[in-house]
Design a protein around this ligand. Structure first.
Ligand code: NI
Length: 159
């Protein structure tokens, strides 16, 4: 496994639409594990393949709970319910946060790393993370949809 470079604000690839994964081969599996390692190193709760420069419809999410990392290939949101106003950031926009309206609940269907169909019903932070990461696959960034005037730059803590 390896940590990959996270593409940041201004990188044009972040605006491109990702393509479906047709075959889940060893290269795809390695990419997914690298994405998880990259997300963990950056203390993120989600990462899409485009953020490491690969235009494929792959998302990883980890809320650091008992579920462990979630791997979603070709994910599609099939149902949303309600709204939540939440604080949000993105690993591609270091130290920037804003308020955004996300669905309160989402149902997502995808393939897992073994090519099996999975369906997840999520609410709260998981629904937010799924919604955020799936936007990346369309080239949509959280800053596009934040509530005007709520974007803040937060200085990183000294290490
Ligand atoms: Ni993001």
């Amino acid at each position: 496994m390896a940590v990959r470079t996270i593409r940041e604000e201004g990188d044009e690839i972040l605006r491109k639409k990702s393509r479906e994964v047709e075959v889940i081969d060893e290269k795809i599996k390695e990419l997914i594990e690298d994405m998880i390692e990259t997300m963990h190193k950056a203390n993120g709760v989600g990462l899409s393949a485009v953020q490491v420069g690969i235009l494929k419809r792959i998302v990883v999410i980890d809320l650091y709970d008992e579920k462990g990392p979630i791997r979603l290939i070709n994910p599609v949101i099939t149902k949303t319910k309600g709204e939540q106003e939440v604080e949000e950031g993105c690993l591609s926009f270091p130290n920037q946060y804003g308020k955004i309206i996300r669905p309160a609940e989402v149902t997502v269907e995808a393939l897992n790393e073994n090519g099996e169909k999975i369906k997840i019903k999520a609410k709260g932070l998981l629904a937010q993370a799924i919604s955020h990461e799936l936007d990346h696959l369309e080239g949509i960034l959280f800053v596009d949809n934040i509530i005007p005037g709520t974007l803040q730059y937060v200085e990183p803590e000294e290490k």
